[in-house]
Design a protein around this ligand. Sequence first.
Ligand code: CU
Length: 140
Amino acid sequence: MAMAVTASLALAGCSAGSEPELKVSGAFMPQPVGDMAAGFLTVVNNGGAGDKLTAVTSDISDDVTIHETTDQKMRQVPAFDVPADGSLDLERGGSHIMFMALKQKPKQGQKVSVELHFEKSDPITVELPVKEPTYNPKHH
Ligand code: CU
């Protein structure tokens, strides 16, 4: 009897892996110099199914889009893949969140709240600490 219960629990644990399991880390916004800003973060997916980042919203701008960078030119994309057992990396020089027509200009030391919207997972609210304009965690 006890063994049968253990076996069915193990099976349940297995099938839970077919959902995306998202976690956000390393978020930041370089202090904006004009009336637009960029945001960077990593979405880690520990689940067995992929997801997509489809939209970003924020109080500081009504015009928030997601961009990829190719040959130093940025281009708006409809969604970013967050692969199963993988991650989506938004980093300087690459893909990023773009905030246009800022309603307020965040200063270094402040935080900007954004909401990430996904195809499958529930929205995730993230606080982006505002860093100096040249901040790049890869260049420590
Ligand atoms: Cu951009």
